[in-house]
Design a protein around this ligand. Structure first.
Ligand code: FMN
Length: 329
């Protein structure tokens, strides 16, 4: 059995350097608990719970399913009517959660509250300058999300083969490689590029425990690396999603309306889509996040089998393949 000890396994008190990123309408207690039980770090996605009270219940549900560490993803969205962030943070603190993944806007305002409660904060960002900012304001770690990632890759379009070693050149805090991670090869490559572990989104959607409709898992197995599209770029809110007719319609509107496009123009393709897709199985209902890594997803294993396979493969690559390449003098 391969055991890898890194600064991330130490920081989070986990056995394997593998994190399940926050995912709207996917990151429920079932998945987070399965990932944590398999030795990784599972995350409940806070904003999928409509109120802080519901988040508190979801945290309690997760705790009933695992005695291992798990965390909560808190996504700070640009919004006219922001969600009740103080309420969500209170639910996290009172629920005894010790790890929070922040994403989206700068989390500085909330760090004192989180740190006072003894919570480790890993901020997810898509550029070296944002990673450095996260380090400067006191985040404990960062998750560096490359251009290939599912969800919001930012506007710089730097893929992980450049982004990760650039992060390694300048960061002092540990970082996790995110975007395009699927297997033992990804894990070894990420470690080689300077990361201390991997964060996976899309790969975890296609697992038995992911609480989503079978149609979603089948769509990911069927998709190739050519089947994602970038939407909402004209709104500077770029999202990588799985291609489907609704997404092509959205892109057609972006082409036709150009810089004049407003969110309302594309609301039919993006608003309220997640529950319809994830729980209802209507995979063509609109735009939903999916990474290029779909091309590397060929099955729907249990989370335990997936993590065992990743660790075994990583051990094989490091010990046999790479070790075997070393020429002896
Ligand atoms: C279906 C789906 C929903 C996601 N929702 C969120 C979210 O609500 N908040 C967030 O910070 N990241 C979200 N992400 C991004 C993931 O946490 C992760 O950073 C990303 O999936 C990594 O890239 P990968 O898909 O190539 O593994 C989502 C990703 C997917 C695939």
């Amino acid at each position: 059995m391969t055991i890898l000890k890194t600064r991330i396994t130490e920081l989070f008190g986990i056995e394997r350097p593998i994190v399940q990123g926050g995912m709207h309408h996917v990151g429920l207690a079932e998945l987070a608990a399965a990932v944590s039980n398999a030795g990784g770090l599972g995350l409940i996605t806070a904003l999928t719970q409509r109120t802080p009270t519901l988040l508190a219940q979801e945290i309690a549900r997760c705790r009933a399913m695992t005695d291992k560490p798990f965390g909560v993803n808190l996504t700070f969205l640009p919004s006219v009517n922001p969600p009740d962030y103080p309420g969500y943070i209170a639910a996290i603190v009172e629920g005894g959660v010790k790890i929070v993944e922040t994403a989206g806007n700068n989390p500085q305002k909330w760090l004192p509250l989180l740190h006072e409660a003894g919570i480790r904060v890993v901020h997810k960002c898509t550029s070296v300058r944002h990673a450095l900012k996260a380090e400067a304001i006191g985040c404990d770690a960062v998750s560096v999300d490359g251009f290939e990632c599912g969800g919001h890759p930012g506007e710089d379009d730097v893929p992980n083969f450049i982004l990760l070693p650039r992060a390694a050149e300048v960061l002092k805090i540990p970082f996790i490689a995110s975007g395009g991670m699927a297997d033992g090869r990804s894990l070894v490559a990420a470690l080689a590029l300077g990361a201390e572990g991997i964060n996976m989104g899309t790969r975890f959607v296609a697992t038995r425990e992911a609480p989503v409709h079978e149609n979603v898992k089948a769509a990911l197995v069927a998709a190739t690396e050519l089947d994602t599209r970038l939407v909402m770029r004209p709104l500077r809110n770029t999202e990588r999603v799985l291609a489907n007719p609704a997404v092509e319609r959205l892109l057609e509107k972006e082409r036709a309306l150009g810089a004049a496009i407003r969110f309302e123009d594309i609301a039919p393709e993006v608003a309220g889509v997640y529950p319809r897709v994830m729980q209802g199985g209507e995979v063509g209902a609109g735009a939903w996040s999916c990474g290029m890594v779909a091309g590397l997803i060929h099955d729907v294993p249990t989370v335990q089998a997936l993590l065992d396979r990743i660790m075994d493969e990583a051990g094989q690559i490091i010990g046999a393949r790479l070790g075997g390449l070393l020429a002896r003098a």
